[in-house]
Design a protein. Structure first.
Length: 287
């Protein structure tokens, strides 16, 4: 009996690790591409490095015989890339922006040289990602920091994506129906907001009735991805949308943030109908 338990325990750990891997992977991005020479020939065994100096992240890979490479499981952020091969000048590509759930394609044409040279080129993020089949939108850091939102609920920004509507107003307070249990408040393609999947850093945050459990505050969110349709099975668990949230991480530079919560006076003023303290003159008492 003891031997059977000692055998089942490692097997359970392996099964849990295998099922948790796809959930963790969706919270990252990837960079892929092809390294070739000036004539279009593939360059095998080239060294590829992606580096984020602000957070001290560095990933390396080597091209295969077809000159292709893949850097998976990259935390979302801005990277600087370097391509090296014997007989070719070193090529630097920056900045390369990787968002959550994205696979960025960076092809590197290397120039033949007899001296040690370094060429640096600038790149921009493509408008269309050919490596992805699902319909998805990214709510980035600048959106979360600059766009106004009610009650500091960053998930309300998902309403900016096409086809996403607010569902909390479906049950009107003026009718006599029984109040429904809380939902996520986001409807995808006509859904009622209970079939969505929410993940924070790869771990599910769904409630028992299709709602969203309290999670991280707005200031801790780096970005999130709104998958609306045709997403892969690794997101699984729902028939609506899949929202993938990534939290902030530390950097090598010191930073300080101050948050001031206030309500402008013009939004809370009741005007002339505001209840004012009645003034009673001493001489008016008893008259």
């Amino acid at each position: 009996m003891i031997g059977m338990r000692s055998f089942l325990a490692p097997m359970a750990v392996l099964l849990c690790a295998e099922t948790a891997w796809p959930q963790l992977r969706v919270s990252y991005g990837a960079i892929t591409g092809t390294v070739q020479d000036a004539r279009g020939g593939r360059v095998p065994s080239a060294s590829v490095t992606a580096r984020d100096p602000t957070r001290g992240i560095e990933r390396t890979a080597t091209t295969d015989p077809a000159g292709e490479y893949l850097l998976p499981v990259l935390p979302p952020g801005t990277y600087e890339m370097e391509f090296e091969a014997p007989g070719f000048a070193k090529l630097g590509v920056r900045p390369v922006e990787v968002r959550v759930g994205d696979t960025v394609v960076v092809d590197a044409p290397l120039a033949i040289t007899a001296h040690k040279e370094t060429l640096t080129v600038s790149t921009t993020s493509p408008l269309i990602e050919a490596q992805r089949v699902q319909q998805a939108n990214a709510i980035e850091t600048r959106d979360i920091e600059n766009l106004p939102m009610n009650q500091r609920n960053y998930l309300n920004l998902a309403l900016l994506a096409p086809g996403v509507v607010e569902t909390k107003s479906q049950t009107d307070a003026t009718d006599f129906r029984i109040p429904s249990t809380p939902a996520s408040g986001l409807g995808f393609a006509g859904s009622n907001g209970r079939g969505n999947v929410f993940a924070v850093d790869g771990f599910g945050y769904n409630g028992s009735v299709g709602n969203v459990r309290p999670s991280v505050p707005q200031i801790s969110v780096q970005e999130f991805q709104v998958n609306r349709n045709s997403y892969s099975a690794e997101y699984g668990g729902g028939f609506g949308g899949a929202i993938n949230v990534v939290t902030r991480s530390g950097t090598n530079a010191s930073a300080r943030k101050r948050i001031r919560l206030s309500t402008p006076s013009f939004t809370r003023s009741a005007g002339r109908f505001r209840n004012r303290r009645s003034r009673v003159h001493p001489g008016a008492i008893g008259r």
